[in-house]
Ligand binder design. Structure first.
Ligand code: PEP
Ligand code: MN
Length: 338
């Protein structure tokens, strides 16, 4: 149940009543309005009593499962500010960087070049979700600190994946955007914890989950307190393994129609093939994407994450993508953030 609160309503009375019934109560501020969102078993609620204490406030019972993310709730695009650039609402950004933090030199060199070529946000993973326990798992906490210091040196905001809910709070001061990977999109404990931060969250779609469940995962972060969510399409499972996954561009258009959240496309993990990335970037732009996240490395053959090595672009290939797509962005009246 959602209650849209009017000024004369006493929130704490409503909260105490609902909590006495073991319901979870969230207070959400959106577009100059306040809402109470209730999670749990609503059957014990005495509706006559509730109506008597909510005054002029309005109970919303018939709402979509991703009410606050939906276009129905907010027509205009959400614009998320990351340091000095904007994501969404006609702004277009490139996020680039290596799959993994490996060593300071490669990180700085890759970051320096991609920043020069037009990336506004620097990506690199320290906590790597791996299929095999025998592979490199990332540098962890040490890696996050290194990424932070490289970001400072290059004057570039950074994005990195968080795997565990207990890492969210200590990571927050070191990073600019949290990435939720495809394998964790359904981890509601993590989504709830990310709701407690103010840092933007890039929420990758799980490779085996439908569009609306992906948006419901975004709704978790929003209901738990953080409205700064960007969706990211990174490919879903298909029938062959020529491409790593199937880049679902129709899902990008659908997400743009269903929600007001920015949508980012990851053609690296979707295709696993650098030669397909340029055309997928242009296709993603036409599908309505607000940005691209792409893996880049100064020497992909040296990469410590074997599966992701072959898909990384060299910085000059990234540069060509940025240049080649400028006319398309102009045609579509998207402002390229540089
Ligand atoms: C990554 O971005 O390096 C990554 C592991 O992505 P995904 O979660 O989409 O596989
Ligand atoms: Mn990767």
């Amino acid at each position: 149940m959602i209650i849209k609160i009017e000024n004369n309503t006493n929130f704490s009375t409503i909260k105490s009543y609902l909590e006495s019934l073991h319901l979870e109560v969230h207070l959400i501020h959106k577009k100059n309005n306040r809402y109470i969102v209730i999670s749990g078993d609503e059957r014990p609620i005495n509706m006559n009593y509730l109506c008597s204490i909510i005054g002029n406030s309005k109970i919303i019972t018939d709402f979509s499962p991703y009410y606050f993310s939906s276009r129905e709730f907010q027509k205009e695009d959400t614009i998320i500010e990351v340091k000095n650039f904007k994501v969404g609402g006609g702004n277009f950004s490139y996020i680039a960087g290596p799959c993994t933090i490996e060593n300071e030199n490669d990180l700085i060199e890759t970051g320096r070049l991609i920043s020069k070529y037009g990336a506004t946000l620097f990506r690199a993973g320290a906590f790597k979700p791996r299929t095999s326990p025998y592979n490199f798992q990332g540098w962890g906490r040490e890696g996050i600190k290194l990424l932070h210091s490289v970001g400072q040196k290059l004057n570039m905001p950074v994005i990195t994946e968080v795997l565990n809910p207990e890492d969210v709070l200590w990571m927050e001061p070191y990073i600019d955007v949290f990435q939720v990977g495809t394998r964790n999109m359904t981890n509601t404990a993590l989504l709830k914890e990310l709701g407690k931060t103010n840092k933007p969250v890039l929420l990758k779609r799980n490779f085996a989950v439908g569009i609306e469940d992906w948006i419901k995962a975004a709704e978790f972060v929003i209901v738990y307190g953080n409205s700064n969510v960007m969706l990211c399409e990174r490919g879903i499972q298909g029938v062959d393994n020529y491409n790593r996954f199937v880049l679902d561009l129709a899902a990008v258009s659908a997400a743009k129609q269903l929600t007001h959240l920015p949508v980012i496309v990851d053609p690296s993990h979707a295709t696993g093939r650098p030669e397909l990335i340029p055309s997928m970037v242009s296709a993603a732009i036409v599908a309505g994407a607000d940005g691209i996240i792409v893996e880049t490395h100064i020497d992909p053959s040296k990469m410590l994450v074997p599966g992701d090595g072959p898909q990384a672009l060299l910085p000059h290939q990234f540069n060509k993508i940025v240049e080649d797509n400028k006319p398309l962005l102009k045609l579509l009246q998207k402002k390229l953030c540089l």
